[in-house]
Design a protein around this ligand. Structure first.
Ligand code: C2E
Ligand code: MG
Ligand code: MG
Ligand code: MG
Length: 292
């Protein structure tokens, strides 16, 4: 039957080809209301200092607490918001919430740790970006050292001059700048020649999916050595195993962040974690490693 065939064909097309745009349409239709109704929430992922084995800060990662769908990952909506510009509103809201949280911790006399926030490459086009961020820390009477700023390396590729300018002014104001996703773009080393940052945030991709055994580790070791020559600190993100921790310790990496230590958790859970003043127990030395 011809009409049934047509219908099947049509349904197949709808389901497979248009899923993406249906999802996108949903995100776009609901984003403003979601922001007004506080549906965007902050999760915190602890960062650990491998030298002291203790928590040294956290990264703020947004989730959409959607009444119909539950927690939605930023990987679903951030690219859409970067495309339509809404990311500027969302990021401002997140930075404000993080400053508010830091102020509350100070007022309540809790232990205080710097929190890093993500800055989209789209935010860099905002000529008021630096003023906006300064106004926020002033509003909550915070030291700029408490609000760390993560800028993704790929932003450099699209507009090196602009990112250079923004980073320099933000550093001048006393903010700590992290170069997020370092090593995954096309311009990593070239960029370091022109840009001053404080911390290189290295993607764990170097330790996984490596076709030539040992290659990723060697590259990572070289990056850490280079960072020391350039007076930069290093944090490796996406650390999942004790072996990786041992290796990172052996090459002198200062900070780590990853599921091995903790997934991103709610603010309440993070407060419980730091109240315990827990020290991370270092894993036993890797006995499988052969002496070379
Ligand atoms: P990112 O800034 O590079 O954040 C690290 C991502 O890696 C996070 O994913 C985190 O949950 C995940 N991760 C951490 N440890 C591990 C691990 O051990 N294993 C694995 N497999 N993953 C790990 P998440 O939270 O889904 O965020 C994804 C990306 O979305 C972020 O990458 C960042 O680029 C963006 N993003 C998140 N929140 C914001 C925000 O408030 N503003 C902006 N502009 N972007 C954000
Ligand atoms: Mg980040
Ligand atoms: Mg990253
Ligand atoms: Mg990333």
């Amino acid at each position: 039957n011809c009409s049934t065939n047509y219908l099947q064909h049509f349904c197949f097309y709808e389901n497979s080809m248009n899923d993406k745009s249906i999802e996108e349409q949903y995100v776009v239709n609901n984003m403003k209301e979601a922001l007004e109704n506080d549906q965007f929430i902050i999760y915190l992922q602890p960062k650990y200092d491998l030298r002291t084995n203790t928590i040294d800060g956290a990264e703020a990662l947004v989730r959409w607490n959607n009444p119909e769908q539950g927690l939605i990952s930023p990987n679903v909506f951030i690219p859409i918001f970067e495309h339509n510009g809404f990311i500027v509103n969302l990021d401002f809201y997140i930075w404000d919430q993080v400053c508010k949280l830091l102020r509350r911790w100070l007022d309540e006399g809790r232990p205080i740790y710097p929190i890093s926030v993500n800055i989209s490459r789209v935010d860099l086009f905002n000529p008021k970006l630096v003023d906006t961020i300064c106004a926020l820390v002033n509003k909550y009477n915070l030291s700029p050292k408490l609000l760390q700023l993560e800028l993704t390396e790929s932003a450099y590729t699209s507009n090196p001059q602009l990112i250079k300018k923004r980073m320099a002014s933000l550093r001048e104001k006393g903010f700590t700048i992290l170069m997020d996703d370092f090593g995954t773009g096309y311009s990593s080393l070239n960029m370091l020649k022109d840009i001053i940052v404080d911390i290189l945030k290295i993607d764990m991709r170097f330790l996984s999916d490596c076709e030539i055994p040992g290659r990723g580790e060697n590259i990572l070791g070289s990056i850490v050595r280079m960072a020391k020559w350039l007076d930069l600190l290093v944090i490796v993100e996406g650390v999942e195993t004790a072996e990786q921790v041992n290796f990172l310790r052996s090459i002198g990496c200062e900070y780590v962040q990853g599921y091995y230590f903790s997934k991103p958790i709610s603010i309440g859970d993070f407060e419980t974690l730091i109240a315990k003043k827990s020290t991370f127990i270092p894993p036993p030395p890797d006995t499988n490693q052969t002496i070379s």
